[in-house]
Design a protein around this ligand. Structure first.
Ligand code: FPP
Length: 247
């Protein structure tokens, strides 16, 4: 599909290597249509498909989607199970298409909290998409930024206790090596849908110098053109990383 926005992105050339997304607004999308919340999440799956296709077209290398937060476990039991079932359905249904697109799926988060059936579906999508070179897709499931940092503190403390690491040698690199996202560059761009100006406990360490793009669009309505718009917005930014002059 040819897109005027995509042409402009290519002309500029500086495509963000890593894009992270807080997919918000499924519940409101459903409420506005008098539908139950879980149908909003189901519709959100289409937006996931669109975003992945757009990311591949634009040449993004890493796409990280916040699919289920540690806080989401506190939603009503019915909604939690609908969301988890949807993840399992996604893993089963999309496998083939993701392989065809060359998408390598990784699932990051506290996965010991999800049931065995979902775990197996998730494990198989990871195994079957291994080696895809067009895009790395990180699905953040049962993920929370603070919990990730607490986990890192524990891992580092244990290394110190075992005598493998000296406390004075703990630096950014040592900490980054304990994150779920270890060995990945930080996101260049964070997109949040539904117009909320919040980070909501997402990638607290990694987002330190990430450019933010907030759109009022509810997640189920988000499509590749919205992604391209976010990239064009990113291309207008002057990234200084706390310094004076731009790169
Ligand atoms: C936020 O909307 C969205 C979520 C809690 C779940 C995101 C999940 C999906 C888009 C489902 C498909 C994803 C994959 C990867 C299979 P909300 O419920 O907080 O909306 P609201 O703020 O309007 O209530």
């Amino acid at each position: 599909m040819s897109s005027e926005r995509l042409d402009r992105i290519r002309l500029h050339g500086d495509v963000p290597g890593h894009v992270a997304v807080i997919m918000d607004g499924n519940g409101r999308w459903a409420a506005e249509r008098g539908l139950p919340r879980h149908l909003g999440h189901r519709e959100g799956m289409k937006a996931v498909r669109e975003t992945i296709a757009g990311a591949v077209e634009a040449g993004i290398q890493i796409l990280t989607l916040f699919a289920f937060s540690t806080e989401n476990w506190q939603r009503p039991r019915q909604e939690v199970s609908a969301l988890i079932r949807l993840l399992e359905l996604y893993a089963r249904r999309e496998r083939e298409e993701l392989v065809r697109q060359g998408v390598e799926v990784h699932v990051l988060g506290e996965l010991d909290r999800v049931d065995d059936v979902t775990r197996r579906a998730v494990d198989s999508i990871v195994a079957e998409t291994r080696g895809g070179t067009a895009l790395r897709l990180n699905l953040m499931i049962s993920y929370g930024g603070r919990e990730e940092l607490i986990r890192s503190a524990r891992i580092l403390a244990e290394r110190v206790q075992r005598g493998e690491l000296r406390a004075e040698d703990i630096d950014e690199e040592a900490l980054e090596d304990t994150l779920f996202t270890r060995q990945l560059p930080a996101p260049d761009l964070l997109i949040r849908t539904s117009g909320e100006y919040r980070i909501s406990n997402f990638m607290l360490w990694q987002l330190a110098y990430t450019e933010l793009h907030i759109t009022p669009v509810y997640w189920p309505d988000f499509d590749r053109e919205h992604l391209f718009e976010a990239i064009l917005d990113y291309q207008r930014r002057d990234r200084r990383f706390g310094r004076v002059e731009s790169r």
